[in-house]
Design a protein. Sequence first.
Length: 287
Amino acid sequence: MNRTFLAAATAALALTLALPRTAHAQDESFYSFVSDPGDYVGNGQADSFTPDSSSFTSSYSDNRNHFSAFLFPFAGGFWMLDFAAPAGQPLAPGIYENATRWPFQEPGVPGLAVFGNGIGCNMLTGRFEVLEAVFGPFGYVERFHATFEQHCEGIEPALRGELRIVNPPPPPVLTISLAPAGKGGVDRAGKATIRGTVTCNSATTVNVLAELRQQVTRFALASGTASIQVPCSATPTPWAANVVPVGDVPFGPGYAVATFIATASDPNYPSAVIEEASGPVHLSRNR
């Protein structure tokens, strides 16, 4: 072999290996696998998928012990991958040896399951390495990166692969700021009007339930409730609720005690948020 050609080829190879991966590749979800001949799940094939060819969804358990990913290639089929630390431990970067089939692994044993196109292992042995695991609230996966080796039914042929999930930073958990006004009104029929503002860090709709109680005389108590829906955003939104008294005792001018409960569904997470407030309200006669 020509020494000059060999030296040039060696230099070119060294330069290629030294080049960093592109930013696009580093910040993109992907799944790739290589299946040995005789492997049941991969059927001796090799393939790779990116967001250009597949959709990716993922989640983790509330105790951060188990991660799950679903992959749906646009050409058809699906893949499901599960990684779990031993019971009672969080799934963190590290090497997990002697894994068995999730979710049937024994205590103290990591769990693994890679299921592809309707085919999975009945009995499973394997290992995996978690390279990165960054989780947010309520099962949100920001980043996850792992490699694995899986053997079905105790046979030597293996399915080997790599999975990386990349999502934007998690959105904030919804917060509600409820600010009742200390002044309200009452008409001559005894119906009271109470007001306030509501502010949210994410756009949503807030349900405000108000209860008003007023000791009109020593033996007469006026009370009533009202419920309204208020669009909520980062800009304080004013609201007003009309409270009709229950029974024969009307509201009148003077002080009353109001209790407010604001509830909303978080637009980003499967969670409901509740904010409560209470305090005196001075009712003035409406003109």
